[in-house]
Design a protein around this ligand. Structure first.
Ligand code: IPE
Ligand code: IPE
Ligand code: MG
Length: 253
């Protein structure tokens, strides 16, 4: 059996946890003859409405990929702009999130971010700590490979300290040490902009996520797109490696 209840049931209920690779800001801007920065600014504007749309739809957790561990390779000016947008987003929005009961957390490496940004993250997390109306996770300087290596390192340290046997480490143990472990599993993983790859996002956690790709560029992603993704999700037949009693005929109907 699987941890998600009956493996043979279609996902009649909406997704509890949605993760989004917010892609396409650069192309959105380029189509308008604008620099990537204009796309990133427009992209940030979509987030506020998305959070409340998710809340309205009973989504418990929303995880957004904002900056990958590979995005440092972008031109320095673009990286700087992305970092300053992140900073002002936190400064502007944390208070509002707290009022709305949204709990914020940031996942990823922190040590490569400026001290000022690290402080803003800690503050935003502190201000929203008591939120119980939903979770917003922002992945910044995040890589799925880093996440798994980070979990492995923590377990290795416990072994080295004599606190754990190496042979106690298995999938369940690792699963407790990767990011998002305390949230519901990621049911639905959305990527905008037409690219169909994971780009080092949640590699471990997406093992049984349903994927939804849309050509819409991130600055144009709104409620209509969200509903289309959720509608597609509700038609999916999640099996978790199991088999339906009818051999899958109902799923085909
Ligand atoms: C996604 O938009 C935002 C980040 C990666 C930070 P892009 O900037 O990757 O947009 P495209 O892929 O160039 O259109
Ligand atoms: C993934 O998008 C990272 C984020 C959206 C934050 P990229 O634009 O960096 O991914 P690639 O380079 O197309 O794979
Ligand atoms: Mg991109």
């Amino acid at each position: 059996m699987t941890s998600g209840g009956s493996p043979a049931m279609p996902s009649r209920e909406g997704p509890r946890h949605i993760a989004i690779i917010m892609d396409g800001n650069g192309r959105w801007a380029a189509r308008r003859g604008l620099p990537p920065s204009a796309g990133h600014k427009a992209g940030v504007e979509r987030i506020r409405d998305l959070i409340s749309a998710c809340k309205d739809r009973g989504v418990e957790a929303l995880t957004l990929f904002a900056f990958s561990s590979e995005n440092w390779q972008r031109p320095p000016k673009e990286v700087e702009l992305l970092m300053s947008l992140f900073y002002s987003y936190l400064r502007k929005e944390a208070r509002r999130m707290a009022e709305e009961g949204v709990r914020l957390r940031v996942i990823g490496r922190r040590d490569r971010l400026s001290e000022r940004l690290q402080r803003a993250i800690t503050e935003a997390e502190d201000i929203t700590r008591d939120g119980n109306q939903g979770n917003l996770v922002i992945a910044a300087d995040y890589g799925g490979q880093w996440d798994i290596a980070n979990a492995a390192r923590q377990l290795a340290e416990q072994v080295a300290a004599g606190e754990r046997e190496a042979n106690s480490i298995n999938e369940q143990t690792l699963a407790e040490y990767v990011q998002l472990a305390d949230l519901p599993p990621v049911d639905l993983l959305i990527r905008s902009s037409g690219e169909q790859r994971i780009s080092n996002f949640i590699l471990w956690q997406a093992a049984y996520s349903e994927f939804y790709f849309t050509d819409t560029l991130w600055p144009e992603f709104g409620e209509v797109e969200l509903d289309a993704a959720i509608a597609a999700y509700s038609q999916r037949h999640r099996r978790y490696g199991g088999r339906d009693e009818d051999g899958g005929l109902k799923a085909q109907a």
